[in-house]
Design a protein around this ligand. Structure first.
Ligand SMILES: [Zn+2]
Length: 533
């Protein structure tokens, strides 16, 4: 026989939602060779999985790790969770394409999220080559960011593209999909993606329909405009004839929490009409993004340098306060109205600040909160990020339990281990998948183990049309996550986020054992996946 790896005595949860079964899994090279009871035969290595569930490696259907792979190709905080594939290029952000002479604009644009990004590429195919050379430990599914397409053509300005610029965006998208991108994403609350009309996005989506492209939507507002914004995403899919994924489904701001059921019914209705529309969710009632996104779109017109200029202009600052301050105390943006004590500084160049709420920053500096916030964004040149506690725990459970939702962390992979860990990033970078398994499946019982695993694996693979991943089946890629259903749990918290989970003793990427107990083997086991069509 001569297998490279034999996993014996485990309970296989195969990713399809089918009942778990006692079975062994044999791996040969990078493929699953056999799944069945009592497999015997020679194997270079055997893992005893008694008491463990053997699942397909998890697919993080919404990740921003492409902004940090250069500093962290091991994607350790993700792989430790059982993640073997990350879907990146989300919310309009992607590192490519980059127009000649516009590298600095792209670097500034991603600043505050991205660490060190060298940007030695221009075209999307060049960027994918760079990714392959990096040798990631995780498989990568890359989307094109609509913001990158706009920066490379229209620039950072708040205006419609000319006909030539629209064609140029479509050419760049076609080139990217041809090279292996799976589609494009928007971030319709982030400049410059926010400046697009629905028509621009329908044209763009339609241009990739023949290539099988998928549209991933960070919609045009998850608060007051939530229902209209979901309707727009659905319309883009229907008019263009492409599948749609609604990213990080949420209702932000307590005045909008009651809208969630209607939103999910509208997705059901679109599915009933035949549209392939699904969504994803992370298991926390708080989100995270760059702090300058608290400022309205017109402040960003022209890019970061213009934003900083306006932040230095008293008239512009007054206008911002007039537009966004509700009753003198809450701050209203596309993400809903929030109290200053619901906005926490996550990362900043000042090590004293992470973990502090803006209400406290205001007290400490003796400034009104709005002034303290704008001064901070200006001082950090927009490089400061935040965590926003604006969602309801009930809605998190509702969306997790929704039949057509998958699991996406909406986070960066971080490198742990020895050394300093600056900031207080959102704990979802370390805890998303084990939190779904431990808290929402084992403790709250909102779904079975089979369904929880399906949302993290088979459902995502089917959406992406990955034809050989996402299921424990002979012939499929040997991406596997072994976890203990009795103990699997997240350890990262908002106060102490840099903590790896427990109860996930083995993670295997393309047949290579990357996680084994406390050990992490940062081998280049991952592949840059390309859309198979
Ligand atoms: Zn987003």
């Amino acid at each position: 026989m001569g297998w490279s790896l034999l996993i014996r005595n485990g309970t296989v949860v195969d990713g399809s939602g089918a009942p778990a079964t006692a079975a062994d899994v044999a791996v040969e090279g990078d493929r699953i060779a056999a799944v069945g009871r009592g497999l015997s035969g020679e194997s270079a290595r055997t893992i005893d999985a008694t008491g463990l569930m053997v699942a397909p490696g998890f697919i993080d259907i919404h990740s921003h790790s492409d902004l940090v792979y250069d500093g962290c190709p091991s994607a350790e905080s993700k792989v430790r969770q059982g993640v073997t594939t990350e879907v990146v290029g989300m919310c309009s952000f992607s590192p490519a394409p980059v127009a000649p002479g516009r590298r600095e604009a792209v670097r500034e644009w991603a600043g505050g999220i991205a660490g060190h990004m060298p940007i030695e590429w221009e075209t999307f195919p060049e960027y994918l080559e760079h990714l392959r050379r990096l040798g990631p430990s995780v498989n990568i599914v890359q989307f094109v960011g609509h913001g990158a397409l706009r920066l490379a053509t229209v620039g950072a300005d708040n205006r419609a593209p000319t006909l030539d610029e629209q064609s140029a965006m479509e050419r760049l998208l076609a080139e990217a999909v041809e090279a292996g991108a799976f589609g494009f994403s928007t971030g319709l609350v982030y400049a410059p993606s926010v400046y697009a009309s629905t028509g621009e996005l329908v044209s763009l989506a339609r241009s990739m329909a023949g290539q099988g492209g998928i549209y991933f939507s960070h919609i045009r507002g998850e608060a007051a405009t939530l229902e209209m914004a979901v309707a727009e995403a659905i319309r883009i899919g229907e008019d263009a004839g492409v599948p749609v994924q609604i990213s990080h489904v949420k209702a932000s701001g307590r005045e909008n929490w009651g809208k969630m059921d209607r939103v999910l019914r509208s997705v059901d209705a679109a599915r009933a009409r035949g549209l392939d529309v699904t969504g994803d969710v992370y298991p926390y009632p708080a989100g995270s993004t760059k702090m300058d996104n608290l400022l309205p779109g017109w402040m960003h017109d022209g890019g970061i340098s213009k934003l900083l200029e306006r932040l230095g202009d008293p008239a512009a600052r007054r206008r911002v306060a007039q537009e966004c301050l509700v009753d003198g105390e809450r701050w209203r943006t596309g993400s809903g109205a929030m109290g200053w004590d619901e906005i926490m500084i996550a990362t900043s160049s000042d090590p004293e600040l992470p973990g502090m709420h803006l209400a406290e920053l205001a007290r400490r500096t003796g400034k009104p909160p709005v002034e303290a916030m704008m001064d901070l964004v200006l001082a950090e040149r927009a490089g400061v990020s935040m965590i926003v506690f604006s969602q309801s725990e009930d809605n998190v459970s509702t969306v997790l339990g929704y039949a057509h939702s998958m699991i996406g962390s909406d986070s960066l992979s971080l490198h742990a281990g020895p050394g300093p860990h600056p900031g207080r990033p959102h704990p979802r970078s370390y805890g998303t998948f084990p939190r779904v398994l431990g808290r929402y499946c084992r403790e709250k019982r909102i779904f079975s183990w089979e369904t929880a695993v399906q949302k993290m694996t088979g459902m995502a693979a089917t959406k992406l049309r990955l034809d050989d991943r996402g299921f424990v089946r002979a012939g499929f890629a040997a991406d596997l996550a072994l976890f203990d259903p009795a103990t699997v749990a997240d350890a990262a918290t908002f106060a102490d986020p840099h903590r790896h989970p427990t109860g996930i003793p083995y993670v295997i990427v393309n047949g290579r054992v990357v996680v084994e107990g406390a050990r992490f083997n940062a081998v280049p086991a991952g592949r840059v996946l390309t859309s198979a069509r």
